[in-house]
Design a protein around this ligand. Structure first.
Ligand SMILES: [Zn+2]
Length: 230
């Protein structure tokens, strides 16, 4: 689990880095100005940045995707970008999810609302090389299962790492003080669907959870998820 903060505001995000002899995989990439910080965090884990060969993006929100263009352009090597097939058009800027933006800007003055919409429409995008689907097993770093968890965005995914029984949640779950919390309604396009998606996680034997917002959670994971679902 990496710990990277946004310049200025100091908000901390948790991209994940997993690696073995063949692959070095980054999961989520921070805000646009954080590309350098993410690069440094990778090197700080003892893995040369030059070995990074895959990035999996959980969904196209700017705090997850924003740093990726900078990371790709800083790399000499080929980095393969993977994401869920339903998120691919949003990551590539071919589709927009303005319904989600509207939720977060409702209380802003009209001109600021328009600025936010424009920023979103003109977001920096990347090509997705590999489109993933629900239940797909990726043969990297001891095995990774793709779990499609729509709701926060239509193509949101979680990842289950078989070797360490670790669940990487993106924004499907958040955590606070070591406890799991549900997706945040204000930032979630379909809260009902997002909550229903959490049920899927119960079929995995999970020892630890890494939330992009809030970090590591350990202990009675199944119980915590069941409680959230209600
Ligand atoms: Zn987020």
């Amino acid at each position: 689990m990496l710990e990277v903060s946004a310049p200025g505001e100091g908000m901390v995000f948790h991209p994940v880095l997993i690696w073995d002899d063949q692959d070095v995989i980054l999961i989520d990439a921070g805000l646009p100005p954080m590309a350098t910080a993410v690069k440094e965090a990778i090197a700080g884990s003892g893995v040369p940045f030059e070995r990074l060969n895959k990035v999996i993006i959980t969904h196209h929100d700017i705090d997850h995707l924003g740093g990726l263009p900078g990371i790709l352009s800083a790399a000499q090597q080929k980095i393969t970008v993977l994401a869920h097939e339903e998120e691919k058009p949003f990551i590539e800027g071919k589709k927009h999810l303005l319904a989600k933006i509207e939720k977060t800007i409702a209380n802003l003055p009209p001109e600021e609302q328009e600025e936010n919409r424009n920023n979103y429409r003109n977001r920096e995008t990347v090509e997705v090389d590999v489109a993933l689907s629900d239940g797909q097993q990726l043969p990297y770093c001891g095995g990774i299962t793709v779990i499609h968890t729509p709701g926060h965005t239509p193509g949101h995914l979680c990842l289950y790492l078989t070797a360490t029984k670790t669940l990487i949640t993106g924004d499907a779950l958040n955590s606070n003080q070591g406890k799991l919390m549900g997706p945040i309604p204000m930032f979630t396009v379909d809260q009902k669907q997002a909550m229903a998606s959490l049920r899927k996680l119960l079929s995995f034997e999970i020892d630890r959870v890494i939330c992009y917002h809030g970090g590591l959670v350990q202990g009675d994971i199944q119980e915590q998820i069941k409680k959230l679902i209600g």
